[in-house]
Design a protein around this ligand. Structure first.
Ligand code: SF4
Length: 233
């Protein structure tokens, strides 16, 4: 039986309203700087946000470090220009151990089984850290991406949350209400680039093909114009 569609953006907005001005501590799992821009716009008015950069899925290590550095620089810029006070927690990098669970599914398309395992691993780590450090809420930037199914990510996170009773999962669908385009405005302001692949070696191979088709010399291109296709579910 098909899963029932839930408007997770509405769930997010309702939860934010219920806080009634109280600003609880929230741990935001972030995959990179560009994908953090719009979620921070949505979250900072309601929460004391700390970002967790925990992404052992990223290949190669130099790219993991590049994204980490870009995120740290972005947070400094957002503090200076917008007054966002967002702490950054950096997790260890252990690609080989991380990939052991994903390697059985090399041919899956993005969003398939391999990715669902990958979302769960990173979300579980975020809950673990949040639980250890006394955060009230956890959420993730992953629902911003048009390539990532928000319905699936929210369901996985809600299931993981059952194992961490002291932490609430904040549902989200950051791609809604023009989230992708709002994020691009900030990304352009700070000269961020779009990376052409998600993270692991399997997506890296796809990124190389895309770069070749686009005639690019590397795996990055400047932030492009407004989204032309409707917001995916
Ligand atoms: S494509 Fe992205 S989400 Fe999917 S397995 Fe690779 S790194 Fe993880």
């Amino acid at each position: 039986m098909a899963e029932r569609y839930i408007d997770y953006d509405k769930v997010f907005q309702d939860e934010a309203k219920r806080l009634n001005g109280r600003k609880p501590r929230l741990l935001l799992h972030a995959c990179c700087g560009p994908c953090s821009c719009h979620p921070l716009e949505e979250l900072v008015p309601y929460f004391e946000v700390t970002i967790l950069y925990s992404n052992s899925n990223i290949y190669p290590r130099s790219e993991f470090e590049r994204r980490e550095k870009e995120l740290a620089t972005l947070l400094g810029d957002l503090h200076r220009d917008r007054g966002y006070k967002v702490d950054l927690l950096l997790d260890d990098y252990d690609y080989e151990t991380y990939m052991a669970d994903l390697r059985p599914f090399p041919d899956d398309k993005e969003g398939g089984r391999r990715c669902q395992i990958c979302y769960e691993k990173r979300l579980r780590r975020a809950f673990e850290v949040a639980s250890e450090k006394g955060f009230e809420y956890v959420t993730t930037t992953l629902t911003l991406s048009r390539f990532k199914p928000s319905q699936v990510i929210n369901r996985i996170a809600a299931r993981v949350a059952l194992d961490y009773p002291s932490v609430k999962y904040l549902h989200s669908d950051f791609k809604k209400r023009g989230g992708i385009d709002k994020g691009k405005l900030i990304q352009r302001q700070y000269g961020l680039y779009q990376q052409l692949y998600c993270g692991c070696e399997f997506s890296y191979a796809g990124g190389l093909e895309r770069a070749k088709k686009l005639g690019l010399k590397d795996l990055y291109h400047p932030i492009d114009g407004p989204s032309k296709s409707p917001e995916p579910k």
